[in-house]
Design a protein. Structure first.
Length: 126
């Protein structure tokens, strides 16, 4: 029997803004005090848009059935792959295809949006 891994991330999978609501990213990001905060903002068809307010590193992981899109609103954000690192700056995005092992990190506070399927397990597949 495998044990569930605990991670030091504040991850909230509830949909914060229902359809026909104003999504207020600046106010939510400004109020964030966690070093690695991930909040589902809204659902669009079978996908979700999530806000990340991040500083530090996420662990290495992969998603067997799900692509992930990262888009930087503020700061610098890195996507580390097994063979290279991709640096994203403000208004730049990057897709990590399903099955690709990766780690994300932000050397200083960064605010990003993520788009992924609603059923994705943020910490990765076992």
């Amino acid at each position: 029997m495998s044990e569930t891994q605990e991670y030091p991330y504040a991850t909230f999978l509830n949909v914060l803004y229902p359809s026909l609501s104003l999504v207020d990213v600046p106010t939510l990001a400004a109020s964030c005090t966690d070093r690695w905060y991930n909040q589902t903002l809204c659902k669009v068809n079978d996908s979700v848009v999530r806000l990340g307010v991040l500083q530090g590193e996420y662990h290495w992981h992969k998603h067997d059935n799900d692509d992930e899109f990262f888009f930087v609103l503020d700061g610098r954000f890195f996507v580390d792959l097994q063979d290279r690192s991709v640096e994203l700056r403000r208004q730049q995005g990057f897709v990590v295809p399903k099955g690709v092992v990766h780690r994300t990190r932000a050397p200083e506070r960064a605010v990003i949006l993520m788009v992924e399927t609603a059923t994705i397990i943020p910490t990765g597949d076992a």
